[in-house]
Design a protein around this ligand. Structure first.
Ligand SMILES: [Zn+2]
Length: 188
C-alpha cells in the first residue's frame, strides 16, 4: 500500500537520527522511505505524536500496552484526547490488569475513548496514536466518525507479531475508505 506524501521539500533539522522537534520519531528514516512531508504538517504531526506518547505512557494504567490518542481539527486545535483503560467506574484492579485475556475484555482502546469524549463533529479531523496504528476494531469506528487522517508510529516487530493481522485489516479498511494514514518510524 503506497502512502500519500505531499511532495513539498522543506525539512526539519535532524541531528544524529533524531529530530530536534520530537523525542520519539526518527524523521530521517521516514524521509528516506517516504519522501518529505511539508514542514508545517510534519511540525504538527511530531508535536501531537509526542503528546500522544506522553498521554499513553504517563496516564494509562495498563502494565504492558500503554496507548495514547489525540484528535485535532483542520487548524491543529485539540478536540479530544484518550488513552486505553477500563470504562469509567469499572475497577481497574491489578489482578484484572495483569490477566491479559481478561484485561482485553475490559479495556476501551485509547482511540475509542478519544472519539467518545469528543464534543464536536469529527468530520475531517486527524487522529494521532502512539505507540502503534489503530487495530481493526477501532478502524471501523474511526472511519464512521468522519476522521480523515490517521498518524501513528510504526509498530515494532513484537507488536506486529501480536497484532499484525489486525493492523493489516485496519490498513485495508483505511485504504478503501480513503483515510490517509501516515506511519512515522520510531527512534530505536
Ligand atoms: Zn483498537
Amino acid at each position: 500500500m503506497s502512502k500519500p506524501t505531499s511532495g513539498l521539500s522543506k525539512k526539519v533539522e535532524v541531528r544524529g537520527g533524531q529530530s530536534k522537534n520530537s523525542s520519539i520519531i526518527d524523521t530521517a528514516a521516514f524521509e528516506k522511505n517516504h519522501g518529505s512531508l511539508s514542514f508545517t504538517t510534519k511540525k504538527w504531526d511530531l508535536r501531537f505524536l509526542d503528546l500522544a506518547y506522553y498521554i499513553g505512557s504517563s496516564w494509562s494504567k495498563d502494565p504492558s500496552t500503554k496507548v495514547g490518542a489525540v484528535i485535532t481539527d483542520e487548524k491543529n486545535r485539540i478536540i479530544s484526547i484518550g488513552f486505553n483503560g477500563f470504562p469509567r467506574n469499572v475497577e481497574d484492579k491489578p489482578s484484572r490488569l495483569r490477566n491479559r485475556k481478561e484485561k482485553y475484555k475490559f479495556v476501551v482502546h485509547g482511540e475509542i475513548n478519544a472519539i467518545v469524549f469528543a464534543k464536536q463533529d469529527l468530520t475531517g479531523a486527524t487522529l494521532y496514536t502512539w505507540p502503534f496504528p489503530p487495530c481493526a476494531d477501532c478502524a471501523g469506528i474511526i472511519i464512521q466518525s468522519g476522521i480523515k487522517r490517521v498518524v501513528s508510529t510504526m509498530p515494532t516487530k513484537g507488536m506486529i507479531k501480536r497484532w499484525g493481522e489486525s493492523f493489516e485489516i485496519a490498513d485495508i479498511m483505511f485504504w478503501e475508505a480513503r483515510i490517509y494514514q501516515y506511519l512515522y518510524p520510531r527512534i530505536p
